[in-house]
Write a protein that binds this ligand. Structure first.
Ligand code: RAM
Length: 488
C-alpha cells in the first residue's frame, strides 16, 4: 500500500470517528520468512478430537485514552510553514515497533504513519534521524521524530505535510510480505494472540501467500500482549470498519464469544485458528493438529528424554490460552497411564508468551525443584526461553526441555542438547488454510456447516467436521536428524 492510499484510509476513518481506537497495536511483520514444506515424517498419530465446551463470559471493554505525552523541545525542521516539527526525539528500544510507539505517544496505534512521515522528513531535512523505508522494520537505537498530537492528527488527515523533502515518507506502511491492497477485493484481517512472535509471523507469511493466490487483502493486526481484553478492543474496531472477514487466534475461548457473535451478526465471517473461539463466537475453527495427540505426544517426548522417571513441570503461555489449556488437559490424562507412574508433574507455570517472563519462570522452576528432570513448554515462546534458561544454568543433560517450538528458534538447543526433541506443525500452512477457509465463507462457497468442503490451494481439499472444525494435519517431531531440513 502506498502513502496515498494509507492516508485515504485514515481520512475515511477520521470521518467515521474511528481514530480514537483502543490500545491494541497494529501489526508489524519484522521477521517474515519463507516457510519450508515439511519433508520429514510426522510421527504423531491422528486421534479423535475432543472439543471443550465452557460457558461464555463477556469481557469488559476498556476505553481508549488518547493523550499526547511529548513535551520536550526536540529539533525543529527547516522545512517551511507546512512542515511538521519534532516535538520530541525518541530512541527506539528493543521490542519496540511503530504502532506501539504511536500508542505510547498518542494513545492510538493507528497513528504510526505520522511518525514515519515526520521522521523521514526530518531525516531528509538533514536532521539526525533514521530513514524508515519499511514501517515494519525499525531498529533499536534509531532516532525517531515525534510530532505533537495535534500535528500527528494533521498529518494523518492530510491537513499538514511532513515536508516536501521527505524521501520515502510512509511509502511502505504495510507489513513486509503483504500483497499490495487490491481495490474492490475482500479485506480480511489475520489476528494473532500477540505481536512479536515468530510463530505468528510465519502464519502471516502463509496467510499472505493465500491472499496473493486468492486476490484478497489480508492485513496482520494484533495487540502487544497476549491479552483477551486488548484483543476484543481490536476486534471491535475491525467490526466497526466493516472488514470482510476475521481470522483470530484467541486469547480466551469464551471471552471472545460475544465479540465474535457480533461480527457474525454484522455479516463478517469469523475463523478462529490456532487457539479457538468457542462455538457461537466463530463461524468455524481451523485446528493445527488433534489436541489430544499434541497433549499425549508431549508426555511421550519428555518421558523418552528423562528415561521415564523424575519430576517434570509445565511452562505454558497465558493461563487463559485455549489451545495450551486443552493440550495440558491431555498431558495430565496421559500421565495417569501406568507407564508414567514414576513421572511426577510438580508444577504448571505461565510465561504469558513473553520471553523474559518465560525465562524467569523456567529459572524459578529449577530453583524451586532442584531435582527437576524435565520442562514441557507447549508454546514456541516458552520452549525457547526454557531451553536458554537451562543452558545458562549449566544444566544441559540434567534438565531436559521439550514442547512446541519453531525449528529456527530451537535449532541451537537441539544441537546443544538442551532440547533434543520437540514438536510443531507448519504455522505457515495454518495461516494459509485459515485464509482459504475465510475466503470460502466470505464468498458464500460454504457456510461452515458440518460436511462443507472447500479447496485450499496447495494444501488440497478440506471438510468441516461435525464440531465446525477444519483440521490441518499431524505435527512433526523435530530432532537433530531432521531439524536442518526446516526453515521457519
Ligand atoms: C505460541 C502460541 C501459539 C501456539 C504455539 C505453539 O506461539 O502460544 O498459540 O500454538 O506457541
Amino acid at each position: 500500500m502506498n502513502q496515498i492510499s494509507m492516508k485515504k484510509i485514515f481520512i475515511l476513518m477520521m470521518l467515521l470517528g474511528l481514530l480514537a481506537l483502543p490500545t491494541a497495536a497494529l501489526a508489524q511483520d519484522p521477521t517474515a520468512e519463507p516457510t519450508a514444506e515439511p519433508t520429514a515424517e510426522a510421527t504423531a498419530e491422528m486421534m479423535e478430537e475432543a472439543m471443550p465446551t465452557e460457558e461464555a463470559m463477556p469481557t469488559e471493554e476498556a476505553m481508549p485514552t488518547a493523550e499526547a505525552t511529548a513535551e520536550s523541545d526536540g529539533a525543529m525542521m527547516d522545512e517551511g510553514a507546512m512542515a511538521v516539527a519534532c516535538d520530541e526525539d525518541y530512541s527506539v528500544q528493543a521490542d519496540d515497533w511503530l504502532s506501539k510507539i504511536a500508542d505510547k505517544f498518542y494513545g492510538d496505534v493507528l497513528a504510526y504513519p505520522a511518525i514515519v512521515d515526520a521522521t523521514n522528513a526530518a531525516a531528509a531535512a538533514g536532521g539526525n534521524y533514521d530513514v524508515i523505508d519499511n514501517a515494519d522494520v525499525i531498529e533499536p537505537g534509531w532516532t525517531l521524530c515525534i510530532p505533537t498530537a495535534d500535528d500527528a492528527q494533521a498529518l494523518l488527515s492530510g491537513e499538514m505535510s511532513a515536508g516536501s523533502a521527505a524521501p520515502a515518507a510512509g511509502e511502505t506502511t504495510m507489513a513486509e510480505g503483504e500483497a499490495a491492497m487490491t481495490e474492490g477485493a475482500y479485506n480480511f484481517v489475520l489476528v494473532p494472540k500477540n505481536l512479536g512472535n515468530p510463530y505468528f509471523d510465519t502464519a502471516n507469511t502463509g496467510a499472505q501467500e493465500a491472499a496473493a493466490e486468492l486476490g484478497v487483502n489480508v492485513t496482520y493486526q494484533g495487540s502487544a500482549t497476549a491479552d483477551a481484553t486488548e484483543q476484543i478492543q481490536l476486534l471491535n474496531s475491525l467490526i466497526a470498519q466493516q472488514v470482510n472477514g476475521l481470522a483470530v487466534s484467541a486469547n480466551d475461548s469464551d471471552a471472545l464469544v460475544p465479540t465474535g457473535a457480533e461480527a457474525i451478526a454484522a455479516g463478517i465471517p469469523v475463523v478462529s485458528w490456532d487457539a479457538e473461539i468457542a462455538p457461537g463466537g466463530r463461524t468455524l475453527h481451523v485446528l493445527q493438529a488433534v489436541s489430544e495427540d499434541i497433549g499425549r505426544g508431549q508426555i511421550q517426548l519428555i518421558s523418552d528424554l528423562i528415561g521415564g522417571e523424575g519430576q517434570i513441570a509445565i511452562l505454558s503461555a497465558t493461563s487463559t490460552a485455549p489451545n495450551q489449556n486443552e493440550w495440558i488437559m491431555w498431558m495430565q490424562d496421559e500421565l495417569t497411564k501406568p507407564e508414567y507412574a514414576n513421572i511426577e508433574l510438580v508444577a504448571t507455570v505461565y510465561g504469558d508468551d513473553e520471553d523474559e517472563k518465560s525465562y524467569n519462570e523456567a529459572q524459578g522452576l529449577m530453583k524451586t525443584y532442584p531435582d527437576l528432570k524435565g520442562i514441557i513448554s507447549p508454546t514456541t515462546v516458552g520452549i525457547a526461553a526454557a531451553a536458554r534458561a537451562v543452558q545458562d544454568a549449566g544444566k544441559v543433560g540434567e534438565v531436559m526441555v521439550t514442547g512446541l517450538g519453531t525449528p529456527n528458534q530451537m535449532r541451537e538447543y537441539v544441537k546443544s542438547g538442551a532440547s533434543p526433541a520437540f514438536a510443531l506443525w507448519n504455522p505457515g500452512d495454518l495461516g494459509y488454510l485459515a485464509i482459504y477457509a475465510l475466503n470460502a465463507l466470505a464468498s458464500g462457497d460454504i457456510t461452515g456447516a458440518p460436511g462443507d468442503t472447500f479447496e485450499a490451494g496447495k494444501l488440497g481439499s478440506y471438510t468441516v467436521d461435525e464440531d465446525g472444525v477444519v483440521l490441518l494435519g499431524p505435527p512433526t517431531v523435530f530432532n537433530a536428524d531432521n531439524i536442518d531440513n526446516f526453515d521457519f
